[in-house]
Write a protein that binds this ligand. Structure first.
Ligand code: GAL
Length: 787
């Protein structure tokens, strides 16, 4: 290229970027978000970047796009980005710029929920633990140190987005932001300081001049120009706080999170589709699925406490990145139907007419002639035939039919047209060859302990550097104690704020107690063996994620706060809470980095006949080769109790298969109002048995697997498994051939070369678990019947 041509090219680039930047706008009106002058019906899905690996991101985003989404919504994870004050981290799973650029590359938008309080079942609701110890701080209220820290981080993120040209007004993908998260209920509780904080937060955020709208979810009094939005399983009756704001739904919960000890929630696809159609027919113009891909709480990132490592959420894309069918496909079909209605939806308000005692038609009819209708049957028991226009329509119970031309049903929320598939975890490795190492059981007089009179709160000491804190003390038993003769052992009672506790008396495990999702507190109350002289009491207190929700959750305690008493002595009850206690943060194995190859060589490991099994506080290590193929991998921990697992030095999370799911797992009817207790699974089984092992964390051979087991288990039961699709069923399309034809006609208006889109079972159809392994029956003789 000659230099003249280069100069001209540069000039053109400059000009076009100027034209683009002045023409790119995002605003809103009473109907919708307006992007570059056009009102849009936007379908959005939450994918939290640290809950998957960067290697998974392109595929997740592509699946979201294929599923008919326009927007990817994510929180920003402050504690991942600023692990200590002023030290920022934006690499690997926390590389949000890379994530946003991938979203942009795929042609999708971003909804950036900065928070920086995010809830999200994430450790401490996204706040760094150091924030709690800033002098004078009180979270989420009119408090200067808190506001200063919040402003600092919000500015950091916004300036980063600007520098990377990621805002839509700069030609980037970000069309909206969020400040705070569901602050309304907290404001209601704390009153005036809360109100002042809301006003401040809005002023601060709007002052950052992003050029794109801000939202506040669950914040009825969100001051202008911020849009208040709805979160919930249903939001059709929500109205924003001003006529000139659009009706938006920032969290439509596609399922619910799993807690250790809880059953696994699921939400039927039909009900999610019903809730979305109901929202849109009532004038809604933005719906976000929380979560579209839930993913994994790797390491110690889960909050709660007691939130499980899996954050699968029964989302349309499962934890492992595979399509959850028929949910994903059903919602994709819904999105196509809604998009066909978009011209009418953005230009008209609905006219509502009754079609029966529990049925309605919502009709959007624009001046330009566009017409879309939603025919709803709210009855959860009976299907009905209704007359609309000049035609009859059959409406299944608890469903909405969508008619993008006001005549033809192209989609009904209760009729699953998508394929359904079943997933299975198939073991792939030969048995691992394990070595074990016994974690030390320290006692009060050890070196390198901190001594203090009385009991200390756990997080104050650990600053969450480890789940573990040892509380150690000595108890002197006089030889004249009556129980030594009677044999009636004294009763040790320990009150703890949580979350789990292992009690060792003279080095022997005397019992384990733990709280749960509903109540993290626990009480240990056991008769214990004590001998004349000094007895060493060592309590291993274990945190299982810091709270992420609730007014002033930062003040919630963890650990042994007492009282600690011994009952049944000559003196009656001895209160040992205020005597001298020694403290030790973390495990010896953690300090030695036993989960890395280098660290593990610092201790002697046992193997073969002396391998420790079913012993508390045991480390295990092994190596293995990566299984072939590209299916996602999980590790079956069902033979173990509780602890943590590392692969090649990275923590895949806390395991706790020993916590068996309680709850009511009955039949699941899609119809009727959904709650997270309605369609539970896994009762009587571990809340979480398999733990996701990202493929990208493995090398072809010599992968280093380490398990720390608190309770005791048999490592020989641990197995690596591939997540495979074992059967695919084409789900029944309900309303008969006539409608299917019409549905086909209309739906096929969208898509490049839609005439080439296939239907039916094209395979593969496989049978797995036979002697021969997997039999592919796709190519054998098949009989067909057209009904
Ligand atoms: C919402 C919150 C989300 C998440 C969700 C439950 O109230 O905004 O962050 O915690 O509940 O999964």
């Amino acid at each position: 290229m000659s230099s003249k041509v280069v100069d001209l090219f540069k000039l053109w680039l400059l000009f076009s970027s100027w034209v683009f930047s002045v023409s790119a706008t995002v605003s809103y009106d009473s109907k919708a978000i307006v992007i570059n002058g056009s009102r849009r019906i936007l379908l959005s899905g939450s994918i939290h970047y640290p809950r998957s690996t960067p290697e998974m991101w392109p595929d997740l985003i592509a699946k979201a796009k294929e599923g008919g989404l326009d927007v990817i919504q994510t929180y920003v994870f402050w504690n991942g980005h600023e692990p200590s004050p002023g030290n920022y981290y934006f690499e690997d799973r926390y590389d949000l710029v890379r994530f946003f650029k991938l979203v942009q590359h795929a042609g999708l938008y971003v909804h950036l929920r900065i928070g920086p309080y995010i809830c999200a079942e994430w450790n401490f609701g996204g706040f760094p633990v150091w924030l709690k110890y800033v002098p004078g701080i009180v979270f989420r209220t009119d408090n200067e140190p808190f506001k200063a820290a919040m402003q600092n981080f919000t500015e950091k993120i916004v300036s980063m987005m600007k520098a990377e040209m990621l805002l839509e007004t700069q030609g980037g993908p970000i069309i909206m932001s969020q400040i705070e998260n569901e602050f309304g209920p907290v404001e209601w509780e704390i009153g005036d300081p809360g109100k002042a904080y809301t006003k401040w937060a809005v002023k601060m955020a709007v002052g950052l001049d992003t050029g794109v709208p801000w939202v506040m979810c669950k914040q009825d009094d969100a001051p202008d120009p911020v849009i208040n939005t709805c979160n919930g399983f249903y939001c059709e009756n929500f109205t924003p706080n001003a006529k000139y704001k659009p009706k938006m739904w920032t969290e439509n919960w596609t399922g619910w999170y799993t807690g250790f000890g809880s059953a696994v929630p699921t939400r039927p696809a039909e009900d999610i589709a019903f809730s979305v159609a109901r929202f849109i027919q009532n004038g809604g113009s933005f719906v976000n699925y929380y979560m579209y891909h839930g993913g994994t709480n790797f390491g110690r990132t889960s909050g709660g406490p007691f939130v499980a490592t899996s954050y699968d959420y029964d989302a349309p894309i499962d934890e492992y990145g595979q399509l959850r069918e028929p949910k994903w496909g059903h919602l994709r079909d819904l999105h196509r139907a809604i998009k066909l209605c978009e011209p009418a939806l953005v230009s008209a308000y609905p006219t509502v007419t009754s079609l029966g005692s529990n049925q309605e038609a919502h009709v959007f009819s624009s001046k330009s002639g566009a017409c879309a209708a939603f025919l709803a049957n709210y009855d959860n028991k009976y299907s009905v035939n209704v007359t609309f226009g000049n035609a009859q329509y059959e409406l299944p119970r608890w469903s909405i039919s969508i008619l993008p031309d006001c005549k033809t049903t192209v989609f009904n929320t209760a009729r699953l047209g998508a394929q359904s598939s079943e997933k299975q975890m198939l073991s792939v490795t030969a048995a691992f060859s394990w070595q074990s190492y016994n974690e030390e059981r320290p006692s009060a007089d050890d070196q390198n302990v901190t001594v203090h009179d009385g009991l200390w709160e756990q997080i104050f000491i650990t600053r969450d550097a480890s789940d573990y804190l040892w509380y150690m003390t000595n108890v002197n038993i006089d030889p004249s104690e009556g129980f030594l003769k009677s044999g009636q052992d004294p009763l040790l009672t320990i009150w703890s704020a949580g979350h789990a506790l292992h009690v060792f008396i003279n080095g022997q495990l005397s019992g384990t107690v733990y709280g749960g999702l509903e109540n993290p507190k626990l009480t240990f109350s056991n008769n214990v063996k004590l001998s004349p002289g000094i007895n060493k009491i060592s309590l291993l207190s274990v945190a299982v994620g810091l709270p992420n929700v609730g007014t002033h959750f930062e003040t919630w305690n963890a650990g042994v706060l007492g009282p600690v008493t011994l009952n049944g002595l000559n003196e009656g009850t001895r209160n040992i809470s205020n005597q001298k206690w020694s403290y030790k943060i973390g495990l010896k194995g953690e300090a030695l980095n036993l989960y890395t190859i280098a660290g593990s060589s610092s201790v002697e490991w046992a193997e073969g006949s002396i391998l420790m099994k079913r012993q508390p506080l045991t480390w295990y290590k092994t190596t293995f080769d990566a299984p072939g193929g590209d299916e996602p991998l999980g590790i079956d921990m069902s033979s173990m109790g509780k602890g943590q697992v590392w692969i090649n030095g990275q923590s895949i999370g806390r395991h706790w298969p020993g916590y068996i799911a309680r709850g009511g797992c009955g039949a699941c009817d899609y119809a009727g109002t959904y709650t997270d207790k309605k369609c539970q699974t896994n009762c009587g089984e571990p809340s979480q048995r398999w733990y996701h092992v990202p493929r990208s964390w493995l090398k072809p051979s010599g992968n280093f697997l380490v398990v720390f087991e608190e309770w005791g288990g048999d490592p020989n039961g641990i197995a690596l498994a591939k997540r495979t699709t074992t059967s695919v069923r084409a789900t029944d399309i309900f309303e008969g051939k006539a409608m299917m034809k019409k549905q086909g006609m209309l739906i096929q208006k969208v898509g490049t070369h839609f005439e080439t889109w296939n239907a039916g079972v094209l395979g593969h159809v496989t049978l797995n678990g036979l002697n021969e392994g997997t039999r592919d029956i796709s190519k054998q003789k098949w009989s067909y019947k057209v009904c």
